[in-house]
Design a protein around this ligand. Structure first.
Ligand code: NAP
Length: 450
C-alpha cells in the first residue's frame, strides 16, 4: 500500500505512474459483521451504538470485473445509510448482499461475513475491468452511489427504474469507507479540482438526491420564485437542498432545531428560517394522535415569512413526525416530495387536504447517472459547495456515525481514508480562492481530525 500512497500524494504523478502499481493483497475497510446482527436486540434505536457495531478490518482486494473499477479512496463521508446499516435497521444489510450474490458469478463475492460500508468517495482509479473505456488508472474521481445492471428494458428511460438498482456501499459490498473501493465505471465522475479530497467526497450522495428530489423533472421540478419548505435545512440533504433552491432562484423556508443551525442557513443566503425547537411545534399530541392546530400554527408562521404565501414544494424526509404538517402547509396544487422516513415510515395525513387541494406526493430515491452528473457539475462550477463540518480518521468512523445518528452534526461529516491529512488534492487554486468563503461556510463548526 505504501507504493500506492506515495503515488497518490505526489503532486506531479502522471496517469502512467498508476498503471504499473502493484496491488496489495488486502486493505482496511469499515465493516459490520454478519455474526453481530443480533448485537442490539431489544434496544431502542437511540440506544444502538454504531461505535460497537462498526469495525476497521482487513479485507481481501476484489479485482474489477467487467465494467468495474478499483479506486484508491483518499476520503469518504458518512451518510445516514451508514447509520441504518450500523444499527441493523430496518433490516441487517446482509440480506441485500445475499440477494445480489445470487445474480451472477461476478456478484457472488458480495456475499461475505462482513459488509464494507460507505456510499461516497473521492480518489484515484487504480485498475479498470474489461469493457471500461471512459476511465483509466490515474483518473481523479468522485463516485455516485447508483449501481445498476441495465440488462432489462425498464432501466433504460430512467436508470433508477432498473429492476437491479442498488445503492453502492449499502446494498452492495466493497463501499467507500475504506482504503480501496469497487465501483461500476458508470458511477465515476470527475473530481472538482478546486476542492480537497475530503471536501470533494462530502457531496455525492446527498447532493445528487437533493438534485433529483427538487430540481429534476423526475422530482418536484422546482422553478424560479417557488417557495420551498426544507426540513433539516442544515443537515446532509437539507444543506444541499437549501443551496439548490437559492441557486435556482427559489425561496427556501428552512426548518432547523437550533440557533446555530439557523445561522448556518443564513450564511448560505436563506432569509426565511423556522427554529422548530425554539418555536416548540408539537405535531403529535400522543403516539397516535396528531394536532391540526399545530399544523395551522406552523402554516401561519410560514405565511409570515413568505409575505402571505404558502409553499409550492415541501422537501420531505423526516417522515411520520412531520408528514401530516407537510401535506397541510403545501399550497393548492403544490408538491410534497419525499425520499425518506427518518422518524417512522408509516405516515399519516388528512387526505382531505391532499385531494381537495389537488396536491401531489412524489416519491424520490437517489438519482440516475445523468442527475448525479449534473449535481456534480454544479459543484465543479462553484454554484453549490460542500457543507463539510468535521473530519474523522477511518479508525474513528464509529464516532462519526454515532454523531450523525444522534443529530450532533451539521452538514456533512467526512472520513479520511488514504489521504494522510486534510487539505490535500487541490489543483485549481485560483477557483478555490474565488469560492473560499463558501467552501468554508460550515468550517466555523469544524474541528481537526479525531
Ligand atoms: P441528516 O444529516 O441527519 O439530516 C437530517 C436532518 O433532519 C437533521 O439534521 C434534523 O435537522 C432533521 N430532522 C431529523 N429528525 C427530524 C424530525 N423528527 N422532525 C423534523 N426534522 C428532523 O440526514 P440526511 O443525510 O439529511 O438524511 C435524512 C434522511 O434521508 C435519512 O433518513 C436518510 O437515510 C434519508 N436519505 C434518503 C436518500 C434516498 O436516496 N432515498 C438519500 C439521502 C438520505 P434539525 O434538527 O436541524 O431540524
Amino acid at each position: 500500500m505504501d507504493e500506492i500512497i506515495n503515488a497518490l500524494c505526489s503532486e506531479d504523478a502522471m496517469p502512467q505512474d498508476f498503471e504499473g502499481l502493484r496491488l496489495p493483497d488486502s486493505y482496511r475497510g469499515v465493516v459490520v459483521r454478519k455474526e453481530e446482527t443480533g448485537l442490539f436486540e431489544g434496544l431502542a434505536s437511540t440506544d444502538k451504538d454504531p461505535r460497537k457495531s462498526l469495525h476497521v478490518q482487513d479485507v481481501e482486494v476484489p479485482l474489477p470485473s467487467v465494467g468495474e473499477a478499483l479506486v484508491a479512496v483518499m476520503s469518504s463521508s458518512v451518510n445516514h445509510n451508514t447509520v441504518w446499516s450500523s444499527i441493523f435497521e430496518p433490516l441487517p444489510t446482509f440480506g441485500f448482499l445475499e440477494r445480489y450474490a445470487r445474480l451472477s458469478s461476478s456478484t457472488a463475492r458480495h456475499d461475505q461475513p462482513f459488509h464494507v460500508l460507505g456510499s461516497d468517495l473521492a480518489g484515484v482509479v487504480l485498475r479498470t475491468g474489461p469493457g471500461v473505456n471512459a476511465w483509466k488508472p490515474g483518473d481523479r474521481v468522485v463516485a455516485h452511489c447508483l449501481s445498476v445492471e441495465l440488462e432489462s428494458a425498464h432501466g433504460h428511460g430512467d436508470t433508477m427504474l432498473d429492476p437491479e438498482q442498488r445503492i453502492w456501499g449499502f446494498e452492495t459490498n466493497f463501499g467507500g469507507l475504506a482504503e480501496l473501493a469497487l465501483v461500476k465505471s458508470n458511477q465515476l465522475m470527475p473530481k472538482p479540482e478546486h476542492l480537497s479530497w475530503e471536501e470533494a467526497a462530502a457531496s455525492g450522495l446527498v447532493n445528487s438526491t437533493a438534485y433529483r428530489q427538487l430540481v429534476s423533472r423526475n422530482g418536484a421540478g422546482m422553478k424560479q420564485g417557488d417557495n420551498v419548505l426544507i426540513w433539516g435545512a442544515s443537515g446532509g440533504l437539507g444543506s444541499y437542498a437549501t443551496q439548490l433552491a437559492l441557486a435556482g432562484g427559489a425561496d427556501p423556508v428552512c426548518v432547523v432545531s437550533s440557533a446555530r443551525k439557523a445561522e448556518l442557513c443564513r450564511s448560505m443566503g436563506a432569509k426565511a428560517i423556522v427554529d422548530r425547537d425554539a418555536e416548540g411545534y408539537k405535531f403529535w399530541k400522543d403516539e397516535h394522535t396528531q394536532d391540526p392546530k399545530e399544523w395551522k400554527r406552523f402554516g401561519k408562521r410560514i405565511r409570515e415569512l413568505t409575505g402571505g404565501e404558502d409553499v409550492d414544494i415541501v422537501f420531505e424526509h423526516p417522515g411520520r413526525e412531520t408528514f401530516g404538517a407537510s401535506v397541510y402547509v403545501t399550497r393548492k396544487g403544490g408538491t410534497i416530495v419525499t425520499c425518506a422516513s427518518t422518524s417512522g415510515y408509516n405516515h399519516e395525513y388528512d387526505n382531505r387536504y391532499l385531494w381537495m387541494s389537488l396536491k401531489r406526493i412524489i416519491g424520490s430515491h437517489f438519482a440516475n447517472y445523468r442527475e448525479a452528473w449534473e449535481a456534480n457539475r454544479l459543484i465543479a462550477k462553484g454554484r453549490i459547495h460542500p457543507t463539510l463540518s468535521k473530519v474523522h480518521a477511518l479508525e474513528n468512523c464509529g464516532q462519526a456515525v454515532h454523531d450523525v445518528h444522534h443529530n450532533l452534526h451539521q452538514g456533512k461529516v467526512g472520513v479520511l481514508a488514504l489521504a494522510p491529512r486534510e487539505g490535500l488534492g487541490v489543483r485549481d487554486e485560483e477557483m478555490r480562492a474565488r469560492h473560499l468563503d463558501a467552501i468554508n461556510r460550515f468550517r466555523a463548526v469544524r474541528e481537526p481530525v479525531s
